[in-house]
Design a protein around this ligand. Structure first.
Ligand code: AR6
Length: 169
């Protein structure tokens, strides 16, 4: 498992993988944070394709091409805005799970995730990391199609959290 899961520190838009995951909002029409960075790097055509998707429910995922990105595809998922309720965790888990399912559907063997919901959406970072790692780990135990899963961490706090947790896998 250790050679499938990888930790990368930096900008997810630079990664040359089959699919990168976007932490989007329900409109899928762009925003700040990683969403803004992905739209800027992919170019205008990404927004044009997103307009055809009619948004996305929280916990769900939809795919577009990657346009000017090195990644072939962008899987847009919508994390929960942290509320403190129990279903926050279920929605976040669903983001990872549905993104992985979609990756298999589009034949993506390598996928990179940002730390969904841990920015503007304020999901506690340690809990979010537990959910992300656990969901990916479980998926990889049941499915051997995906050969590389990269956790792309951008901020110091997430980096420290992930490095500790990944060591223990
Ligand atoms: N590469 C990788 N990770 C990044 C990058 C990057 N270029 N830029 C930021 N991050 P956020 P959310 C990390 O706020 O909490 C948007 O406006 C960042 O350090 O981007 O799911 C959407 O349109 C953090 O750990 O996403 C939504 O409205 C993580 O990405 C809303 O924000 C997620 O932070 C979604 O909020």
């Amino acid at each position: 498992m250790n050679n499938i899961i990888e930790l990368y520190r930096g900008d997810i838009t630079k990664l040359n993988v089959d699919a990168i995951v976007n932490a989007a909002n329900n409109s899928l029409l762009g925003g700040g944070g990683v969403d803004g960075a992905i739209h800027r790097a992919a170019g205008e055509e990404l927004l044009e394709e997103c307009r055809l998707l009619n948004g996305c429910a929280t916990g769900d995922a939809k795919v577009t091409k990657g346009y000017n990105l090195p990644a072939k595809y962008v899987i847009h998922t919508v994390g929960p805005i942290w509320s403190g309720r129990e279903d926050d965790a279920l929605f976040l888990q669903s983001c990872y799970r549905k993104s992985l399912d979609l990756a298999v559907e589009i034949n993506a063997k390598s996928i990179a995730f940002p730390n969904i919901s841990t920015g503007v959406y304020r999901f506690p970072k340690t809990d979010a990391a537990d959910i992300a790692i656990e969901t990916v780990y479980q998926f990889l135990n049941q499915n051997n199609f995906i050969k590389k899963v990269i956790f792309a961490v951008f901020d110091d706090e997430n980096y420290q959290i992930y490095i500790e947790k990944i060591k223990k896998l």
